[in-house]
Design a protein around this ligand. Structure first.
Ligand code: FAD
Length: 412
């Protein structure tokens, strides 16, 4: 901390959000649309956070998540880059057993949309430009974070002092806010990495997402706009450096071998990324005048493409909780207001965390009895349409006690 830091007058907000990732920025927009004054602090400059090389991933956004983005005025900036997911096909390696989910069975829009994270971030910053009650403190290093009975107070290295009724930690898996509050967190290393790249392909994908369970882990082929797809290739961690170091020619051959020939000739485009995969969940989501959400609260395996969706469900619940508290004259940083948020989100997150963890364990191995059992399971689900509809409703994010935003409505 520099002793020569300039002194500035504290600036006061309703909420200070640390972390301007996809969850933090959506939270800022959600709170601002409900009349709150919001500050967002991120260590990255906007140019870096939206650069092509920053994040090579595309996210499967559930139908309900897209409804929320629409209600917040964000979707209009994303829609040109969104590829509807009409069907999902799940198969177990070379086995003939498979599961097929078709949105037509529910007859109410696609299962979700694929959008490249870079376009989502650009859309969020565009939407923020349209709103007057969000102040961005980008490329900022935090000197101190304090919370008292009255307020939260963040001091930046440059000298700015940002006070608010509530501090929101949306600062990702290594959350400084979570650590500052000493919230215990459980972590499990999967010893797997998610290798991510985009491909161009010869034949149309028809909006079909494919999930193949290979012995090293799931391999997902996710449709993007045009004749393009995003791949998430789960691989054992000790093999990842070798794969990332392959020549373009050898990498293309490995990708083609895994994708097969149903898309014709495929060509990786625009770089490769590798993300270590861990399971992480915090014991609680709140502390004195402080709340955590998104990956700061829970990080899950990408097997079902649900991590960001969960974070955005946190946002919807937080916006509703704080709006309702303000309407009845409650202090939005009070224990009472924040407890409602934790209760709402903890159970929903815990159940999805267990399901994704179980799926990965079940499908990331080649032990014969397990393989036979899961193939019988796949075949059984495939035969029972109501069960398939149940899984599809989960994939669309329309199950459970949905906050208003996930129903496509503002809180009031
Ligand atoms: C391979 C892979 C594929 C995935 N696919 C999907 C998918 O299809 N669908 C889906 O729903 N989810 C998916 N996910 C999960 C999803 O990407 C994450 O859940 C999501 O990005 C988390 O967003 P976040 O905003 O919570 O955290 P982050 O994206 O980690 O953002 C945190 C922000 O906080 C800032 N920050 C951190 N520390 C500080 C600090 N001390 N001071 C200031 N700023 C700070 C960072 O700069 C960053 O901008 C996938 C994950 C992986 C690994």
């Amino acid at each position: 901390m520099s002793s020569a830091r300039k002194k500035t007058k504290p600036q006061t907000f309703d909420a200070t959000i640390i972390g301007g990732g996809m969850v933090g920025l959506t939270a800022a927009i959600g709170l601002a649309r409900h009349g709150f004054e919001v500050a967002v602090i991120d260590r990255g400059p906007i140019g870096d956070l939206t650069a092509v090389e920053y994040d090579g991933r595309a996210s499967a956004l559930a139908f309900a998540t897209c409804r929320m983005l629409e209600a917040l005025g964000i979707w209009a900036h994303m829609e040109p880059f969104a590829q509807p997911i009409n069907e999902i096909r799940v198969s177990d390696g070379p086995s003939l057993m498979h599961l097929h989910f078709d949105h037509k069975a529910l007859g109410d829009g696609p299962l979700g949309n694929m959008v490249e994270n870079r376009h989502t971030r650009l859309a969020l910053f565009k939407r923020i430009e349209e709103l007057e009650n969000i102040s961005l403190f980008m490329a900022s290093s935090i000197a101190t974070v304090e919370t008292s009975q009255e307020e939260s107070r963040v001091t930046l290295e440059g000298g700015d002092v940002i006070c608010a009724k509530v501090l929101v930690g949306a600062d990702g898996r290594n959350s400084m806010v979570r650590k500052k509050a000493a919230i215990p967190v459980s972590t499990f290393e999967y010893k797997q990495h998610g290798i991510v790249c985009s491909i161009e392909h010869e034949l149309a994908h028809q909006g079909i997402a494919h999930e193949r369970f290979l012995p090293s882990g799931p391999f997902a082929i996710l449709p993007l706009t045009g004749n393009r797809a995003s791949l998430v290739w789960t691989e054992k961690s000790h093999l990842v450096d070798t794969i990332m170091g392959l020549s373009d020619r050898s990498f293309t051959a490995e990708v083609q071998r895994r994708v097969g020939d149903f898309l014709g000739e495929v060509k990786p485009v625009g770089g490769r990324w590798a993300y270590p995969l861990t399971l992480q969940y915090a014991d609680t989501y709140t502390d004195n005048r402080l709340v955590i959400l998104g990956d700061a609260a829970h990080g899950i395996h990408p097997i079902a493409g649900q991590g960001l969706n969960l974070g955005l469900r946190d946002v919807a619940a937080l916006v509703e909780t704080l709006s309702n508290a303000a309407t009845v004259g409650l202090d939005i940083g009070s224990e009472q207001a924040l407890a409602t948020y934790t209760q709402w989100r903890h159970t929903d997150n815990a159940s999805l965390i267990s399901v994704t963890d179980l799926l990965n364990r079940l499908f990331s191995n080649d032990v014969a009895p397990v393989r036979v059992a899961r193939d019988i399971g796949l075949a059984a689900v495939e035969q029972v349409q109501p069960l398939k509809n149940f899984f599809m409703s989960h994939a669309r994010g329309t199950v459970g006690e949905l906050p208003k935003l996930l129903q496509g409505e503002l809180v009031q």
